[in-house]
Write a protein that binds this ligand. Structure first.
Ligand code: ADP
Ligand code: MG
Length: 261
């Protein structure tokens, strides 16, 4: 049954790559306003599920519903215009453009149709939304800096800011902390928490500490199947999860510091 609490729902998602079953019968209900993390060992099918949800990959079978409407057959850009927007695993900012121009372009892109994307109808310099996004992401001091010259963490902040320019209802992030040092992980974690105000966030993430701090719901995938779902506490107590995935990493990250077994 559709519920107004569920903003995005996947039913019986299946994806085969030339006979190899990468995702088998995955069901997901993403609650409105939640931060929902997909975790699991390498090759579990996280990125594939992510690409299915955002329509970047065609499904072998299954259905996807957004706001209770069947969106299984629509294109990624159509889904984005409905409010389901992904940020890319590899920073998708334009490195030769300034920070401010990247944000302006993102705002322009979100307010124009694809055909007029490159038209000269520019977002004005003093558009309050530009300043707002820059401020929100601690990028004011870097407005004129080329995006390509930013630190990796600030580039990630800019990438999230450009995704937010579209004012998505559901924002999807694939490994937002990948390649970041400790400080930048903390910064990006804070930014995602902030970005999640008033919207839903779905993320694939490897960093368990970060997931434990931020995710309301965690779905654990293994070999293309969901093996557990719940809060961090719930999945951390699940023997299959601990064995299949968390292993020594979990004990290191949480055992000594928090006194859990
Ligand atoms: P994860 O993101 O959890 O590490 P993936 O979704 O990337 O896992 O991959 C799941 C499985 O599907 C892996 O075994 C991977 O090799 C396979 N796979 C992913 N994409 C393709 C593809 N385009 N063609 C063939 N096999 C793929
Ligand atoms: Mg992946």
């Amino acid at each position: 049954m559709a519920s107004p609490e569920v903003v995005l729902e996947a039913r019986s998602l299946r994806k085969e790559f030339r006979g190899f079953v990468a995702v088998a019968d995955v069901n997901l209900k993403i609650r409105r306003g939640s931060i929902h993390a997909l975790i699991g060992p390498n090759g579990a099918g996280k990125t594939t599920v992510f690409n299915l949800l955002t329509r970047f990959l065609p499904l072998s079978s299954g259905t996807i519903r957004f706001e209770s409407e069947d969106v299984t057959g629509i294109r990624p850009d159509q889904l984005a215009s409905l409010g389901v927007v992904r940020s890319f695993q590899i920073s998708a900012v334009f490195p030769h453009l300034s920070v401010a121009d990247n944000i302006k372009l993102a705002l322009q892109r979100s307010s124009l149709s694809p055909l007029s994307f490159w038209s000269s109808r520019a977002v004005p310099e003093a558009d309050p939304r530009v300043l707002d996004l820059l401020g929100q992401f601690g990028l004011e001091a870097f407005v004129d800096k080329k995006a390509g010259d930013l630190s990796y963490g600030r580039k990630r902040a800019l990438e999230i800011a450009t995704t937010l320019a579209a004012d998505p209802k559901v924002m999807l992030l694939d490994e937002p902390t990948q390649g970041l040092g400790h400080e930048d992980v903390d910064r990006v974690t804070g930014l995602i928490r902030q970005a999640a105000q008033g919207r839903t966030v779905v993320m694939v993430e490897h960093n368990m500490k970060m997931v434990s701090q931020i995710a309301d719901t965690i779905t654990v995938l293994r070999r293309g199947e969901v093996i557990a779902e719940g809060s961090y506490q719930q999945i951390a107590e699940n023997a299959e999860v601990v064995e299949a995935y968390l292993g020594s990493k979990h004990r290191k990250a949480n055992g000594r510091e928090r006194g859990t077994p």
